[in-house]
Write a protein that binds this ligand. Structure first.
Ligand code: SF4
Ligand code: SF4
Length: 355
């Protein structure tokens, strides 16, 4: 017996996905908007979004020949944590999505389990492909087409009941299924996210939406960017060590966002101070972050971010650990620490002024 859309959604819920819907598998009309964004240089240094892999996003059949339907799923990650305050000059801030385990593995496991459950019900052979984040797909556009939510002016997918604190995943299938209907855009006249962004990275369009200029975005700068931060951007990153949630924090649709109880996404990050993080060795970093999304920055990128946040703290107690980092053999860390120290001025002058 051929499996139905309703059965697949029930199975997705059994596999731990709070949201699930069906998107059609044809070429995506949003691709031209994505291409426009890339051509304007707003992808920054993320070449994988603008090279040959960028164009693959126009048509999901580039990933699975004869694909007929795409199951889009959402997995909540919002969990209580001390590390998510947007301004914490003592400890620094780590984005909510990075508090738990590496979501790629968690979602991939759930989607593979879903394939097995579909196979047990569907009476015929079928092709499938599991995609989580790294595959060249326009994930948010597909999720909208699958009825999971609309794309807000903060460029996140927003679900009317669940807000935007969830991960997206996709399951491509050669099984024909009836697609869901996209919900209406419910941003209305709100522009809180645009106004709250400390770096003006959300660029409003004349059609009422917005583009995210990654080159100005704290998330991009602290996670994807390598080397010194561009001039003027170090100050703007404040106490952010990995990612930025400001444009989601201010969104009214997240006021009553549900909290996940999934053990994988409970915070596993210790409330270590910036001073103690500055003393981390490569091994300490691996021990703390090996299974976390924070691993993406590697030791060098994370310590660079720690140095920048220490400089932005303005705390005199950060001077000495920064002086040690400025002697690092890692040029990225040493350079960030030297720039951070410039913000403190000469040590003796500070002492004299305080007397
Ligand atoms: S993540 Fe932060 S910096 Fe990036 S657009 Fe949102 S508020 Fe702005
Ligand atoms: S803050 Fe307002 S404009 Fe921005 S995504 Fe949320 S509802 Fe839309």
């Amino acid at each position: 017996m051929a499996i139905s859309e309703i059965q697949i959604k029930e199975l997705a819920a059994q596999c731990g996905f709070e949201l699930a819907g069906v998107a059609p598998a044809g070429p995506l009309i949003d691709y031209s908007r994505f291409a426009q964004w890339g051509e304007a240089g707003m992808a920054g240094g993320m070449a994988y979004l603008t090279d040959h892999r960028g164009e693959m996003r126009s048509d999901p059949s580039s990933l699975l020949p004869h694909v007929q339907s795409i199951i889009c799923v959402g997995k909540l990650y919002n969990a209580p944590s001390d590390r998510v305050k947007n301004a914490d000059p003592v400890h620094g801030t780590i984005s909510r999505y990075a508090q738990g385990e590496d979501y790629h593995e968690v979602l991939r496991g759930g989607l593979k389990a879903l394939v097995a459950k579909i196979a047990a019900v569907h009476g015929e052979p079928f092709g499938s492909r599991v995609c989580v984040d790294t595959a060249p797909l326009l994930e948010r556009s597909l999720a909208r087409a699958a009825g999971l939510g609309w794309i807000g002016r903060n460029t996140c997918l927003i679900n009317q009941s669940s807000g935007s604190w969830f991960f997206l995943g996709e399951l491509l299938l050669t099984i024909p299924l009836a697609p869901d209907t996209p919900p209406p855009d419910r941003c209305g006249t709100c522009r809180r996210c645009i106004d709250a962004c400390p770096t003006n990275a959300l660029i409003p369009t004349d059609k009422g939406g917005s583009f995210l200029d990654a080159r100005l975005c704290i998330s991009y700068l602290t996670i994807e960017h390598r080397g010194d931060l561009p001039p003027g951007m170090s100050d703007a990153t404040g106490s952010h060590l990995f990612g930025c949630d400001i444009c989601q924090e201010v969104c009214p649709w997240n006021r009553r966002a549900p909290i996940t109880e999934d053990p994988a996404f409970q915070s596993k990050i210790p409330t270590t101070s910036l001073v103690d993080l500055a003393a981390y060795s490569d091994d300490d970093f691996a021990h703390t972050f090996r299974r976390s999304p924070v691993w993406r920055t590697k030791y060098s990128g994370f310590l660079r971010n720690v140095a920048v946040a220490m400089g932005n703290s303005g705390e005199e107690g950060m001077r000495e650990p920064l002086q040690i980092l400025a002697e690092s053999t890692d040029p990225q860390i040493a350079s960030a620490a030297r720039h951070a120290l410039e913000r403190f001025g000469p040590a003796q002058q500070v002492c004299a002024e305080s007397q």
